[in-house]
Write a protein of this length. Sequence first.
Length: 401
Amino acid sequence: MSKFRLQPSPVQERVLLEHCGHARFVWNLAVEQHSHWQPGRKSAPGYTDQCRQLTHARAENPWLAAGSVIVQQQALKDFAQAKANFFGRTHGQPTWRRHGRSEGFRIVGVTPGDVRRVSRKVGEVKVPKVGWVRFRWSRAVADSVKSYRVTLDRAGRWHVAFAAPPAPIPAPRAGDMVGVDRGVVVSAALSTGELLNAPTLRANEKARLLRLQRKLARAQHGSNRRGRVKAAIARLKARETDRRKDWVEKTSTRLAREFAVIAVENLKITNMTRSAKGTLDAPGRGVPQKAGLNRGILANGWGLLVTRLERKAPGRVVKVDPRFTSQRCSACGIVDRKARESQAAFRCRSCGFAANADVNAALNIRLAAGHAVTARGGPPLGEPVNREPQRDGHLPVGSRC
């Protein structure tokens, strides 16, 4: 989707908030209907039945009838799609929407005349019951737009996203293969030796965020002061998110343009970032350390980087087995967990190869994608061999440099 910053007037913003409230209300009603379903009972109402019920609800409630029927019907359509994704095991169960979180609505049936350019940096989109709303024209809008979604983030910023996926980036004619190792200290290490880091908050911004979090802990729940502090924290975190997304977009575009094949590890990020709190009877171990690791993984945009690469370079992203990529020597293929002397240093105790640990892992990822290890007679990357080198200094049998 092409996302743009929406700039509504105060009057338009009030109507947009009403649309968000109506979409949230209809969504929560659908969640409540399906929450009562149990095996053996009659199936919960589907999208068609819910639209029929919505018509009766609008006739009995003037405040609901005053809103846009497109907004309310599309909320039911989104819920139906969310349930289909749940049964397809691609997403979780759709849950309740809270005020101030995931605010937004979708508009379909957009015609070419509903989006227009006013000046070099200003465009307008036609929203039902609102009229023409301005947005920042930061790049071209596709002519094939059929729908769009209006959202409000926690920082109080409005956005409009047009459902028009950009065309894939063509592969270079003489492109090479690159391995990408994602980490917490180094966001992305390339097999070419380049180290890339996602931007984060500056030192003064981190200090201000810490002060605001302490102030939030002292604020009374429900007070205006607490609301102002939460808004200030949301603005800071939104700034960090914008920087990370901008870095991901630029990095993924560059990799798609420069390399024909991009190899990454097949990581289960959802499982890796799962909480370690446990239960009261069996509490987890190292919960603060695990929470810090989870924040580091999410702050470096592991999943978003691969998602954008797959969108921009379809069919050119290869996922390999992540086992032993950080312990294997990319020169001789020996797996030795003690070869990684520190977070950044790797030195093979068999052949003496030394390199940055993340770059060595990226080289292994590249080799795995190209089957280079198997082609020269070595074992597949997923199978460790000769974890400990020979004491006399000679290479183990079967290893090659």
